[in-house]
Design a protein around this ligand. Structure first.
Ligand SMILES: Nc1nc2c(c(=O)[nH]1)N[C@H]1C(S)=C(S)[C@@H](COP(=O)(O)OP(=O)(O)OC[C@H]3O[C@@H](n4cnc5c(N)ncnc54)[C@H](O)[C@@H]3O)O[C@H]1N2
Ligand code: MOO
Length: 396
């Protein structure tokens, strides 16, 4: 049996070259940017008033802060006004363009207003309450780089520079496939011997975080229907993510059917726990990549993060940073299997620390709700000690 490291290397040797596509800005959340974004104007584009109040020419009024005459009023959205007399002021609202011949803004709370005259009641600093043109970013500067993940914060920046459409890495067509006679849909009341599907649904929801609208399919344990379903799925998708049907049971038909459909097996079974019976293959002609994960929910979930996500990032040519954490307990990992242990992580000063969660084996899917990651422990005779730095795979 191959090791986890060997298996991962083999998976990463088969990326798809997905290219890019332009999508409407609001549909780009979760996607990876494939063009640099530049500031088309200064940020902010004009000297912006940051408080509701009055704008003054500091040198003009600072010796006589009583009875300052209001000349005019500027609100957000108005073209720039101009102060005619240095001893006067203009009422200004937050977001307005600072009037010409003024340099300082005083908020209403620091003023007494009597008709068209104002008295300043607090100390004033020249230049206060102004967000200066270009003080955040200058026109022409790159504000976002290729390869970043788009979140609502980046959407705001792109809206601001006028990008109704944006170039992003193209997502693959993925089908999440449940296998097994015991599975029923989530809106069905199961018979005592049945369970509701969860793995295939979990994977669909995980994919949606990347902007991938996956297809779904359910294959029952019958070679003819598996063959029929898979042959169509291989044609219609770039990637198949299966769960179940890959261990040693009398109804674990997946590897055999894949073979009959011309899918090349790259490997089957990895020296790891959970997730050992993982089967990986490719259909060379159709260019379909197949991740066939073991059916136990924790095994499917772990392998999705350990193999599929690194493969997806590699296909997009994006580096996935490795994370590490410190153990808060001693752990014993006897050879020969690499262990993936569910943990809860916590920052302590600048250090991420991890503690294993209570779990009841790889069938216990509720344990995943208590964990925020897996730690990866290579097999060794020596105990992993408290304080030791180990690899951490984030699942949140
Ligand atoms: N003789 C052996 N038996 C088993 C071995 C082995 O090496 N020799 N490996 C064990 C390990 S480890 C795992 S993991 C499982 C994986 O088996 P399969 O991939 O064939 O999965 P199934 O038997 O179809 O299902 C296992 C388990 O998971 C449940 N399941 C499956 N799909 C879903 C789904 N979409 N949603 C929720 N739950 C699902 C299924 O009902 C089973 O309970 O094999 C061990 N056996
Ligand atoms: O190794 Mo299996 O993946 O635990 O239950």
């Amino acid at each position: 049996m191959i090791t986890f490291e060997e298996a991962l290397k083999m998976v990463l040797r088969h990326p798809l070259h997905l290219g890019n596509e332009a999508v409407p800005l609001l549909e780009s959340v979760g996607r990876f940017l494939d063009e640099p974004i530049f500031a088309d104007r200064d940020f902010p584009p004009f000297n912006r008033v940051t408080k509701d109040g009055i704008a003054i020419n500091f040198d003009g009024v600072i010796d006589s802060i009583q009875n300052i005459k209001i000349e005019n009023m500027a609100s957000a959205g108005m073209a720039q006004l101009s102060l005619r007399d240095d001893k006067n002021c203009i009422e200004v609202m937050t977001g307005a363009v600072l009037p010409k011949n003024t340099d300082t803004v005083i908020m209403y709370e620091h003023l007494t207003i009597d008709g068209e005259f104002v008295v300043i009641n607090e100390k004033v600093n020249k230049g206060q309450n102004v967000h200066y043109k270009g003080s955040d970013e200058s026109k022409g500067i790159q504000v976002l780089s290729v390869g970043i993940r788009i979140t609502p914060a980046e959407i705001g920046v792109m809206a601001s520079v006028g990008k109704p459409k944006v170039l992003v890495k193209k997502v693959p067509k993925v089908c999440s496939i449940a296998t097994g006679n015991e599975l029923v849909d989530i809106d069905v009341e199961p018979e005592p011997h049945q369970i509701r599907k969860s793995n295939s649904i979990t994977m669909l929801s995980a994919l949606s975080g990347f902007g991938i609208k996956g297809n779904s399919l359910h294959l029952v344990d019958d070679k003819v229907s598996i063959e029929k379903g898979l042959s169509q799925a291989l044609i219609e998708n770039d990637v198949l993510l299966l769960s179940g049907g890959v261990s040693k049971g009398k109804f674990d038909f997946i590897p055999e059917v894949m073979d009959s459909l011309g899918v090349e097996k790259i490997f089957h079974r990895v020296a790891q726990r959970p997730g050992k019976p993982f089967w990986f293959g490719i259909h060379k002609e159709l260019q379909t990549v197949i991740f066939s994960f073991p059916g136990n929910p924790v095994s499917t979930f772990a392998n999705y993060h350990l193999y599929f996500l690194p493969w997806l990032y590699t296909s997009w040519d994006i580096k996935m940073e490795k994370q590490y954490a410190k153990l808060k307990v001693n752990l014993d990992v006897n050879p020969p299997l690499t262990r993936f242990i569910q943990v809860k992580s916590q920052w302590n000063k600048n250090c991420l620390e991890v503690t294993p969660v209570v779990e009841n084996g790889s069938g216990d899917l509720t344990s995943l709700t208590r964990a925020d990651g897996f730690i990866c422990l290579e097999p060794r005779d020596e105990v992993y000690k408290i304080g030791e730095r180990v690899r951490f795979v984030n699942i949140r």
